[in-house]
Design a protein around this ligand. Structure first.
Ligand code: LCS
Length: 394
């Protein structure tokens, strides 16, 4: 029985798993195996022919990984899930599946640096062109859609500028043209935002972040319709081969159990830090979805449960001042990644988005004075004390 019908707080713990099927083991077992034995040559033949279900080889499926795939599908409200070795393996498996040479992709005006890099490579190798656009109105999107548009690819909130896109509006226009909408839901996790319920077609996660939540795994997940995901499983997943290791699935199943509790705490802490940063004289602009004065606040109210743990802000200073701000921190960690228990701070222009050419970076709003903060689970007073002492010295 799949526990798809339960509250999220229950599904993160029980979704996709029945202990009775696994000798009563309370915790999903770790199937650390590369292959599976067949009872006979004929059984092997039947499995390869798809006439009999069952595991064959762990690049094609693994029971621990399957539990995670069913659990994330339940959490996102999708028919099927697939697990990958990294967020980028998930992004590339989906984008390569949905496109062919000379196609066109419409993107949100900002994307994680490596996704931008992948699209640049697809343009150079296969003439798959991308339009980066604000996606603010139906008319704007209609004007961008062409016969060769293969998909609309969105991050919301956008990494790192925290701009939001109205997913329901985009999904409505895309449906008129039969164009699938893919949403990278990494910054929100299914606890804060569920794009499939808003009419989008595919959800991607860098599970490295909030899904895992403990900074110890690199992983990716995809959720969507069974037909499409079965197709991805048999092509860009199986043949390119970026599959998730069983132990990583096991760690993610463990991390997921506390997702709702962790997200509430990330949100509580981020709200406190946001208010303090907003009032600091050295902070000139701040980007946080839960900000009532944020230009996307109406979208936030419609599609996100809370504001999340990510804040971006600009300081009154130069690149050198931004770097010095990071260097003066005492216990807050200078690191990329996000969604961990530890508060992480980074400089997007020279780190996560360094691969984006300067003119595109500035277009996306990633200036040298922009800093990105992943607010962790520590006491917010300690986080603020460290940030404040460093900001005060600018
Ligand atoms: N999508 C988003 C929105 C991301 O932020 C990342 C990684 C990925 C996909 C790729 O996931 P990965 O392969 O790393 O699991 N973002 C990072 C970041 O902002 N700092 O370090 C990595």
């Amino acid at each position: 029985m799949k526990k798809h019908d339960k509250h999220m707080e229950t599904a993160v713990i029980h979704g996709g798993y029945e202990a009775e099927d696994m000798y009563g083991s309370l915790v999903p077992p770790l199937f650390q195996t590369s292959t599976y034995t067949f009872e006979s040559a004929e059984q092997g033949e039947r499995r390869f022919a798809g006439e009999e279900s069952g595991y064959i080889y762990s690049r094609l499926g693994n029971p621990t990984v399957t539990i995670l795939e069913e659990r994330i599908a339940a959490l996102e409200g999708g028919e099927s899930g697939l697990a990958f070795a990294s967020g980028m393996a998930a992004v590339s498996a989906v984008l390569i599946k949905l496109t062919k040479a000379n196609d066109h992709v419409i993107c949100s005006e900002g994307l994680y640096g490596c996704t931008f890099g992948l699209l640049s490579m697809m343009r150079d190798k296969y003439n798959i062109t991308s339009d980066f656009a604000a996606l603010e109105t139906k008319e704007e999107i209609r004007a961008l859609i062409r016969p060769e548009t293969a998909c609309i690819y969105i991050e919301t909130p956008i990494n790192p500028t925290m701009k939001l896109i109205d997913l329901q509006m985009v999904a409505e226009v895309a449906r008129e043209y039969g164009v699938p909408v893919v949403v990278d839901n990494t910054f929100s996790s299914p606890y804060l935002q569920r794009p499939l319920e808003l009419g989008c077609d595919v959800v991607i996660h860098s599970a490295t972040k909030y899904i895992g939540g403990h900074g110890d795994v690199i992983a990716g997940l995809v959720v969507g319709k069974k037909d499409l995901l079965d197709d991805i499983a048999m092509t860009t997943q199986k043949d390119i081969g970026g599959v998730m290791a069983p132990f990583d699935a096991w760690l993610l199943l463990r991390g997921l159990k506390t997702l709702p509790i962790r997200m509430e705490r990330h949100c509580d802490n981020a709200e406190k830090i946001f208010k303090k940063l907003k009032d600091h004289p050295k902070v000139t602009r701040i980007f946080f979805p839960g900000d009532e004065t944020h230009w996307n606040y109406d979208i936030y109210k419609r599609q996100m449960k809370r504001g999340g743990g990510m804040i971006a802000f600009e300081i009154d200073g130069t690149k050198k001042d931004a770097q010095a701000l990071l260097n003066r921190l005492s216990f807050l960690k200078i690191a990329v990644s996000l969604g961990d228990a530890e508060t992480l701070i980074e400089h997007p222009a020279t780190m996560t988005h360094a691969v984006v050419p300067e003119f595109s970076r500035l277009d996306m709003g990633i200036h040298d004075r922009l800093i990105r903060l992943s607010v962790g689970l520590e006491a917010w007073e300690d986080i603020w004390a460290d940030l404040k002492q460093s900001l005060d010295q600018i």
